[in-house]
Write a protein that binds this ligand. Structure first.
Ligand code: B12
Ligand code: SF4
Length: 509
């Protein structure tokens, strides 16, 4: 069967800093290809809609699958599915991925028949079975599959992450993938899931709080296959188990793999497992992203981050000692006033790290989607991108965006100002000489993307597909299991317990 897999366009507020390969879709593609199908993949972060239409006409797929990891992409994917139905009426058209897993019935309703089904959860095991069942009227008997007529049993977790290494050969124009100065940059996965349970996050609910590891041999084998000199590690929290990081490192050394790496982790994990990060520094670790989220105790508790401001500060010191380029995230609450923005600006300028601001956003799949009693001010999927306020702001909305943008631009100037750029010339010049210009182009985009008028104006756009607000919960916290997408497997429960034992010792909870 001819199968076309599609990744939607980038969200404009992230395109300045990065553009990364659709790793999840590449893994689904690998599984589908292993089942004997002819597979193509098109990434609309790079290609245009007209390229997609051309691909439909040339390749004439029997099945088309869309990846919907991001809520903000929902309207685009529904429109693409409708267009696809017109051009390929007999094709099996489906969607899968992180966000759509939490809102499958409403997306099927919006699509009004343009989507045959939504696949909840991990796609590797179920997609080949779904293709086999094409034409069967009872697709919804398959695990994780939802149609307008019913839903199959909950999806199960992939028992072995070593299977189906990403089909990177299917992504075209790979030189377009980059993150900051890591240009070009590939992506890889060493672990999947997160054992913590922050109230604003859906990474743990999607994977039912499981935590699984790729074997050191398979991880190194995958890295060895990567042609790019730089690698973004997509793990939610890198090196929760230091011995796993050391074992992969040993394989990397044995094979003589030399790359530069970017990873994301928690401050307490860095404090506890400093040696493994130190070791990876020697292997090529260059960038680290730390989810600090808040600078005061009360907000950290509200996020259930299970860490103190003091631990966060200590972790920043450790990262500085390791001489890594560190970016940190702080969550701006719509309740912030001018004084609070000023405080954060002052703090951000006082630390050498790159501070990134996102806006508190209750998402389907998170606990705050149910508990945040504040009324949603928008049901436009496109605004749920952590750069817009979708609950009432204390400041007038426009003023809120002015404060947000001015805080972001002060921080941006600190890192990308003339003096900072002069220091980066030695990094940039070789890239330019190699024709790698993603990073250099991104330097001039800030003002056109982060712009209070534009962000405020986004609220006036016509809403064709409105989100379904959460059922009234009276502000009650839902049971974790009610948020989970997958039915946890025995192996994954064992792994999670092991991860949590280490975590509990450190957090004292
Ligand atoms: C890596 C990552 C990124 C990369 C994205 C790379 C890319 N192009 O896809 C970068 C750094 C660019 C990124 C950016 C952002 N991200 Co992000 N990201 C992640 C992260 C940590 C891992 C995703 C990943 O690669 N996993 C590994 C692969 C193998 O899994 P996967 O993609 O989920 O795919 C599997 C399944 O979902 C499914 N599947 C996926 N596609 C399809 C398609 C079909 C047809 C089928 C059947 C199945 C299927 O099968 C795959 C294999 O099992 C997730 C958290 C998480 N754990 O999921 C957050 C996450 C997805 N990101 C999130 C957010 C908020 C963002 C940003 C908006 C943040 C910002 N500050 O701007 C931006 C927006 C990016 C954009 N669209 O332009 C949120 C999503 C929120 C939401 N509900 O929309 C998440 C859940 C993080 C969180 N803690 O809440 N992100
Ligand atoms: S530690 Fe990170 S990935 Fe895990 S639940 Fe918290 S925010 Fe999400």
């Amino acid at each position: 069967m001819r199968v076309l897999l599609v990744h939607p366009s980038p969200l404009m507020y992230s395109e300045i800093y990065l553009r990364l390969e659709p790793l999840g879709l590449e893994r689904v593609a690998a599984a589908v290809r292993a089942a004997g199908h002819d597979v193509r993949l098109i990434d609309l972060q790079i290609f245009r809609h007209r390229d997609y239409v051309r691909e439909l006409d040339d390749f004439r797929p029997d099945a088309v699958g869309f990846s919907v990891n991001y809520l903000a992409n929902v309207p685009e994917v529904i429109d693409l599915a409708r267009e696809t139905r017109l051009r390929r009426p007999e094709a099996l058209i489906f969607a899968g991925g992180h966000s759509v897993s939490f809102i499958a019935p409403e997306v099927l309703d919006h699509a009004a028949g343009a989507l045959d089904c939504v696949v909840r959860g991990e796609g590797e095991m179920i997609t080949p079975r779904l293709l086999e069942a094409r034409g069967d009227r009872r697709l919804e008997t398959l695990p994780g599959v939802i149609t307008r007529h019913g839903a199959g049993p909950p999806p199960t977790l992939l028992d072995d992450l070593d299977r189906f290494p990403p089909a990177r050969d299917l992504t075209r124009r790979r030189r377009k993938y980059f993150i900051g100065v890591l240009d070009p940059c590939a992506s890889a996965e060493l672990t999947r899931g997160c054992p913590w349970d922050c109230s604003f996050c859906s990474a743990w609910t999607f994977y039912s709080r499981s935590y699984r590891k790729v074997s050191p041999e398979a991880a190194a084998e995958d890295l060895a296959r990567i042609a790019e000199p730089n690698v973004f590690l997509v793990d939610d929290v890198a090196f929760v188990h230091p011995e796993h990081g050391f074992a992969i490192g040993a394989e990397i050394e044995r094979r003589g793999i030399r790359k530069e790496y970017y990873l994301e982790t928690r401050c307490d994990v860095l404090l506890r497992n400093r040696e493994v990060f130190d070791y990876w520094k020697r292997l090529g670790l260059r960038y680290m992203f730390l989810g600090v989220e808040a600078i005061d105790e009360e907000t950290l508790k509200a996020h259930r981050k299970r860490i103190t401001p003091n631990e966060n500060l200590k972790a920043l010191e450790v990262a500085r000692e390791l001489d890594l380029i560190v970016a940190i995230n702080v969550i701006a609450d719509p309740d912030w006033d001018e004084r609070r923005f000023a405080l954060v600006r002052e703090w951000a300028l006082s630390v050498p790290e790159i501070v990134h601001l996102t806006v508190t956003t209750p998402y389907p799949g998170t606990e705050i989607w149910f508990t945040d009693s504040r009324r949603l001010t928008s049901l436009d999927y496109r605004l749920f991108d952590v750069q817009h306020a979708v609950v009432p702001t204390r400041l007038p909305l426009r003023r809120f965006y002015e404060e947000l943008v001015s805080t972001q631009s002060v921080i941006n100037r600190k890192h990308l100002g003339f003096a900072a750029l002069r220091g980066a010339v030695s990094t940039i010049m070789p890239m330019v000489l190699r024709g790698q210009t993603n990073f250099i182009k991104s330097l001039w985009k800030f003002n056109s993307v982060y712009n209070a008028d534009r962000q405020y104006g986004d609220h006036d756009r016509l809403v064709t597909y409105a989100m379904r607000p959460p059922a009234a919960s009276g502000g009650r916290r839902p049971r974790p299991a009610d948020l989970y997408i997958h039915a946890p497997s025995n192996g994954s429960v064992r792994e999670t317990r092991a991860a949590m034992t280490t975590h509990t010792e450190s957090a004292g909870t």
